[in-house]
Design a protein around this ligand. Structure first.
Ligand code: ADP
Length: 223
């Protein structure tokens, strides 16, 4: 199973990505974690990207794509991957697709986690108290959300037309979101390698809880 995650900051990419990896036994490549690790180790790449991370702006595409290429190559014989944090703009989406074709590792699923800005800001500020990430301050959070809406979110529609999009409502508690993701991916597991992308339709699960009028919609948004 090869999965890309496209989601705003605070939607739960890291948490849900780790869950998918544990479930399928596949590696997790999180560009934000890799970049923060470079900053901590003070590598050349770390020095080049530090300011972007602190300010919540995007690291130049070439730097991220080189790093992702290296990481993807190591997943070739590991049953798939979860890529979390890339692509973040249309240029990266195209470059990643080309890279996937070249390596024979194109994504089977683009998983989109949906949540509104108020809830995302609340979660990120709560995380700031626990983790002290340099970019979890109120003004940097606002910039990251703006950037997501302007340059990252438009990619979602592109995955829809490619036939690999799965959208999930990430406003609910982490366990419910996780269960829904794993259920959707389990259903897809059997056909992703057999049904060509263009013959598939986007899967939109974001209205599920409302449709069933169940506790999911009324429960708290604790995460
Ligand atoms: P979040 O999704 O909460 O913003 P990440 O850990 O995914 O957190 O990313 C943190 C920062 O790392 C981003 O604000 C950006 O500066 C940098 N970054 C991560 N992935 C990319 C990417 N694909 N392209 C450019 N910059 C990136």
């Amino acid at each position: 199973m090869r999965v890309l995650m496209v989601a705003p900051p605070g939607a739960g990419k890291g948490t849900q990505g780790a869950l998918i990896c544990a479930h399928f036994g596949i590696p997790h490549i999180a560009t934000g974690d890799l970049l923060r690790d470079h900053v901590a180790r003070q590598t050349d790449l770390g020095r080049a990207v530090r300011q972007h991370l602190d300010e919540g702006t995007l690291v130049p595409d070439e730097l991220v794509l080189d790093m992702v290429r290296e990481a993807l190559i190591t997943t070739a014989d590991r049953g798939g991957y979860v890529l979390d944090g890339v692509p973040r703009n249309m240029g990266q989406a195209r470059a990643l697709y080309k890279l996937g074709l070249e390596l024979g590792l194109t994504a089977n699923v683009a998983l989109h986690l949906q949540a509104d800005d108020r809830e995302l800001t609340r979660r990120l500020l709560a995380r700031a108290v626990l983790q002290g990430r340099s970019d979890d301050t109120e003004d940097v959070i606002a910039r990251r959300l703006r950037l997501y809406h302007e340059v990252t979110h438009p990619i979602v529609a592109w995955y829809g037309t490619r036939g690999i999009l799965v959208s999930v409502d990430a406003m609910r508690p982490v366990e419910q979101v996780g269960r829904e993701i794993l259920a959707a991916l389990e259903v897809m597991r059997s056909f992703v390698d057999r049904v060509p992308e263009h013959a598939r339709r986007p899967v939109d699960l974001t209205g599920l809880s409302a449709a069933f009028g169940d506790a999911a919609t009324t429960s708290t948004h604790a995460q």
